[in-house]
Design a protein around this ligand. Structure first.
Ligand code: PLP
Length: 455
């Protein structure tokens, strides 16, 4: 049944392509989250802040490939950098060391307070996975701790309690580890400790209880890219992890280059032991990176690095080398796109303008909903925010249950018909190329959506 007949009236080609996809791709999508009812929209072209689907419908894009496209679609600097790189290199990839790996590493070391050395991966998932392996190898301990509601990629060790069912989630101060997929082994359920975000007392208590087994705490300093950690919470977490010999890993796959150029660690003035990056770093191409303290990162070194490593005091695995590999790691074309993206963001007041544009959209939307007496708040920081239909404080995953998801979903479907693209219930990401006209059109579309849904 079509929940959204008007939309489907104008998306026949999307519907038909989706049917074809379902014949050859399970569920018709290449990531489960890309599906929505009655069928996802099949896109054909992007231009700056806009997307065009196969039926010719135009949308202002707030999904931006889940935040990756901070320069919007088809930015000339990225296109030129990619073309120049391939022309000069005469190839897409060498499969050997090359200059851009060093250039990007130096850039990350300059920008991120916690980064002294860098390794590359092909996705954010691989970056957090490598960070956890480094932590385990370095500390000689095998358990990890993560926070309820936090996403670090879809692999077994951390695909727990991202969006748990209330009936299984356990106590506020000591959440259960709830698998988010079938097929996750019990081993990971037993070896992953779930912590309550923004609750330092409960977090500290759990960490002290499990300290002897814990290699690392991994955290999104801004949950889902939009619920900020309290400064006192992060300060407390840094202090207690240091005291207990547990490494602190900031997953900045979403927050990297989005809160500011130096991510959450710059804004909060906290040095994590390890940092995972992705998304914006690849300028729209697949990428990830792990950076961190030299002493810790050196555990992944081989050859000469290994000799240096064996002299290190804290290494419990002196005779073992940590395995890290990947055919496409440090892909030159990808790093050229990423460096071009960072260079654009470094120009003038680019980041400041992006953030104030985001704040302007947020405050206009809040005023609009307030004028209609609909309890709504935007929650976010930097260039990402979410819309929640509640007036309650939102400090963690459980608080989000107070929001009216039903209303949000209805509004989102109307917005799709009105040419505002974000996947229903998703957060909003902004780009440097969103214009004042886009913002005005977005606020108008919300006004119309409210009329259709509520009035
Ligand atoms: N970590 C965070 C905070 C993310 O938001 C994501 C993706 O959304 C990932 C890790 C995984 O990154 P990727 O999708 O590139 O594997």
């Amino acid at each position: 049944t079509l929940t959204n007949p008007e939309l489907s009236d104008h998306t026949e080609k999307s519907a038909s392509l989706y049917d074809q996809a379902c014949e050859v791709i399970p569920g018709g999508v290449t990531a489960n989250i890309k599906y929505f009812k009655p069928h996802p929209l099949v896109m054909e072209r992007g231009e700056k802040s806009h997307l065009f689907d196969v039926d010719g419908n135009e949308y202002i894009d707030y999904l931006l490939c889940y935040g990756a496209l901070i320069l919007g679609h088809g930015h000339h600097s990225v296109f030129e950098a990619v073309q120049n790189q391939m022309t000069q290199a005469g190839t897409t990839i060498f499969g050997t060391p090359h200059r851009l790996e060093i250039e990007m590493a130096n850039k990350l070391i300059d920008l991120y307070p916690g980064i002294e050395m860098v390794r590359y991966t092909n996705s954010g998932l691989e970056a957090t996975q490598l960070a956890l392996r480094i932590a385990s190898a370095y500390t000689g301990k095998s358990k990890v701790a993560k926070f309820e509601g936090h996403y670090h990629g879809g692999y077994d060790q951390v695909l727990l309690s991202v969006n748990p069912d209330e009936s299984k989630a356990g106590l506020d101060a000591a959440p259960n580890a709830v698998p988010e997929s079938s097929g996750i082994s019990d081993h990971h359920v037993k070896n992953t400790l779930i912590l309550p975000f923004n609750n330092i007392n409960a977090t500290e208590k759990l960490l002290r209880e499990h300290a002897k087994d814990l290699s690392a705490v991994i955290i999104e300093p801004v949950q889902g890219g939009f619920i900020p950690a309290k400064q006192s919470f992060l300060n407390g977490l840094r202090k207690v992890t240091e005291e207990l010999g547990i490494l602190l890993i900031f997953d900045e796959v979403k927050t990297g280059f989005r809160l500011g150029l130096g991510g959450a660690q710059e804004i909060y003035n906290i040095k994590p032991d390890l940092t995972a990056l992705g998304k914006v770093l690849g300028g729209g191409f697949p990428v990830g990176a792990v950076g961190g303290k030299k002493e810790i990162m050196m555990i992944s070194a081989s050859n000469k690095g290994r000799d240096i490593l064996t002299a290190g005091a804290n290494n419990n695995h002196k005779n073992e080398v940590l395995f890290h590999s990947g055919t496409y790691n440090g892909h030159p074309t990808v790093l050229a796109a990423g460096l071009a993206t960072i260079h654009v963001l470094e120009q003038g007041s680019m980041m400041k303008d992006l953030i104030s544009k985001t704040e302007s959209l947020r405050s206009q939307l809040e005023s609009l909903y307030a004028s209609k007496n609909i309890p709504m708040k935007t929650v976010g920081i930097g260039s990402i925010f979410n819309i929640l239909f509640t007036k309650s404080a939102i400090e963690n995953y459980r608080d989000m249950k107070h929001a009216d998801r039903n209303l949000r979903e209805k509004i989102d479907y109307e917005l799709l018909k009105l040419g505002i693209y974000t996947k229903p219930l998703n957060r909003y990401s902004m780009s440097v190329v969103h214009t004042d006209e886009d913002i005005l059109a977005t606020v108008h579309a919300h006004e119309k959506a409210i009329e259709r849904v509520v009035e």
